[in-house]
Write a protein that binds this ligand. Structure first.
Ligand code: MN
Length: 221
């Protein structure tokens, strides 16, 4: 694979006159160890897992989303590095543009490397502890071939057979569903709604206060 300048592929795939996705600016988050999972209803629903490493967000598209069950291996396709700024992006990518559809910040926080991330990335085995709102505890990403990796939960106190994609389907930043994000921001509501569970869990069950999307969507780590 040719060595490319960081984020060149990210920039080449997007027209920043059309999409409101961020132009790369930040070189690091405050922690330097940010992670985010963005639920993305593009041509298909998937969950984009991103880990801050060496000034970019290393990224994997996980079609079925993360599983808390250590017996379940979830396919994670490596995709182009994203800028640190991307962790704040929740909204609409216009139809016809790369990744066109609705994006939600599904979970976000920091991670603790369980080993040396840069060399482990090259070896195709990353171990890390997530400190998110939804995802916690120890995980591993293992490369099988090419861009294919597997995302697996390690056994610990956070392992569970509950399906967190169904029990916690909303934005961790604005508490919106995909359909609500699309409705608020001029996206395709019917398409976005196909990424929401048919039966939504009751809102505010954890005492979460709904915040104004206009102010909270821009909050940064
Ligand atoms: Mn995506």
């Amino acid at each position: 694979m040719a060595v490319m300048e960081p984020l060149k592929e990210y920039q080449q795939k997007r027209r920043f006159t059309k999409t409101t996705e961020p132009v790369p600016k930040k070189k690091s988050s405050r922690s330097g160890k940010l992670f985010v999972v963005q639920k993305h209803r593009a041509s298909h629903l998937h969950y984009d897992l991103r880990l801050e490493m060496d000034g970019v967000l290393k990224s994997w598209a996980v079609p079925k989303g993360p599983s808390l069950d250590p017996g379940v291996r979830r396919l994670a396709m490596a995709v182009e590095d994203h800028p640190i700024d991307y962790a704040d992006f929740e909204g609409i990518i216009p139809e016809g543009e790369y990744g066109g559809g609705t994006v939600m910040v599904w979970d976000r926080g920091t991670y603790i490397p369980e080993s040396q991330m840069t060399s482990d990335f090259g070896r195709g085995e990353l171990k890390f502890t997530l400190q998110g709102v939804k995802l916690k505890g120890s995980w591993v990403l293992v490369r099988t071939k090419g861009r294919q990796w597997l995302l697996i939960k390690h056994r610990d106190q956070y392992a569970s057979t509950a399906d967190i994609t169904l029990s916690d389907p909303r934005s961790v930043v604005t508490q919106r569903t995909l359909a609500e994000i699309a409705a608020d921001e001029g996206g395709n509501v019917a398409k976005a709604a196909t990424g929401d569970p048919a039966v939504l869990p009751r809102l505010f069950k954890d005492g979460l206060k709904r915040r104004s999307p206009a102010t909270s969507a821009k909050s940064s780590i």
